[in-house]
Design a protein. Structure first.
Length: 406
């Protein structure tokens, strides 16, 4: 009997406080997995990892052996290496999809190739997932369980509910919205949630620099199409995995704003598709309160309005809150964050916000030295300095978002 531990939708372990969740049964018997790789060491490692989780594992050393096995046995999932002698993984996958007996069997491609064009080739040949070597055992197990669950839900005629959308928007540029979005996404991923971070701001390069992700020609081409081809097979290969449980939609390569970012309907289609691929979608909307991207705020499960802890920041926060009121019929899932970016005494305090807006705000202290170190190391503060005041305040923000948006 295989039980996959499925996180409670939308509630990270760090916020719930527990370490386990009830098991949901993926199969009534142990799932049968075929692993195809010409590297004996890889077969041994993968086999050991999956058998330890209770899966029944069969191995094949090349594509022809794998195709022979699937003619005589039924497998619930196939893990397929690409670089193999004789017949590569792409061709094996194409033949699996052409065979009615294996056309719907989930396939994970496992390879050292990490270029976007290689991933695109994999998805075009029919693969469902793509993991680059060297593999992390816990990542492999998570992907296998998620794919088996997805397949079982599909067979039952149901779909996994979309992930929770968290949108962060600033009252103006330079208040720390992007830094907060990146740290929030990294913290949730570190705590075990599957997260996608998408920077849909007008100038999205800052978040990419923090995570050492190069701008993408593929993303720019997709977002510039009219209408855009927003499909899983087109979008998922463009996502970049930057850490365990965390994927990023890279910024467009060109400096001009793609047409999709100026169309509210296309933006919502993009958000909906991204949310269907993960448990938590974190959107960095920059200072978009008066831009087309602001329409996404009304579709989010949690919204954070970010300003700076100055007199001007409070004035802008009031204006931003009024704008949010026109976009959000219900304010219960919106949070206010005031970022103090200096060492000087904070000129705005909690009572000032309460008097002005009738509700409290979370005050976040940003230390420039920590931010600079994090940027150089491409490791956000919440991960590099988990006990720092900034990291603890980001964790409190996560707690508030999941509590109010539950």
């Amino acid at each position: 009997m295989i039980c996959a531990t499925i996180p409670v939708q939308g509630v990270p372990r760090s916020v719930r406080g527990d370490r386990t969740t009830p098991c949901r049964r993926v199969h009534a018997v142990a799932a049968k997995i075929l692993v195809v790789d010409d590297d004996p060491s890889a077969l041994k490692l993968i086999g050991y990892t999956l058998r330890r989780e209770g899966f029944e594992v069969t191995t094949a050393a090349d594509g022809m052996e794998a195709l022979t096995l699937v003619r005589h046995e039924r497998f619930d999932l196939i893990i397929l290496d690409i670089m193999m002698p004789g017949m590569d993984g792409y061709e094996v996958c194409r033949r699996l999809r052409a065979n009615p007996q294996t056309a719907t069997v989930p396939v994970i491609m496992l390879t050292a190739r990490s270029m976007v064009k290689d991933k695109v080739s994999g998805f075009r040949s029919g693969t469902d997932e793509y993991i680059t070597k060297p593999l992390l055992p816990h990542e492999l197990v998570s992907r296998v369980k998620a794919l088996l669950l997805r397949a079982s839900l599909s067979q039952a005629g149901t779909q996994r509910p979309p992930g929770k959308t968290l949108a962060l928007v600033g009252t103006k540029g330079g208040v720390g919205t992007t830094t907060l979005a990146v740290n929030l996404a990294c913290l949730l991923a570190h705590d075990g949630q599957a997260v996608i971070l998408a920077d849909l701001s007008i100038a999205p390069l800052a978040s990419m620099q923090m995570l050492d992700v190069e701008p993408s020609q593929g993303v720019h081409a997709l977002l510039s199409e009219a209408p855009p081809d927003l499909s899983v097979r087109r979008l998922e290969p463009l996502l970049v995995e930057v850490a365990s449980n965390l994927r990023v939609l890279p910024s467009p390569a060109s400096g001009c704003v793609p047409s999709l970012l100026q169309n509210a309907a296309d933006l919502e289609a993009l958000r909906s598709l991204l949310a269907s691929l993960t448990e938590v979608l974190v959107l960095d909307l920059g200072c978009a309160l008066h831009l087309p991207t602001s329409a996404l705020l009304g579709q989010a499960d949690g919204v954070v309005l970010v300003s700076e802890s100055t007199r001007l920041g409070l004035i802008l926060l009031q204006e931003g809150w009024q704008r949010l009121a026109s976009l959000l019929p219900d304010h219960s899932h919106a949070e206010l964050a005031m970022v103090n970016r200096t060492r000087e005494a904070v000129s705005i305090r909690a009572p000032d916000v309460e008097r002005a807006l009738g509700r409290d705000a979370l005050f976040i202290v940003a230390v420039p030295e920590l931010a600079e170190e994090a940027l150089v190391a491409h490791t956000p503060i919440a991960i590099a300095q988990p006990e720092s005041l900034y990291a603890l305040q980001v964790r409190e923000l996560a707690r508030r978002l999941f509590h109010t948006g539950a």
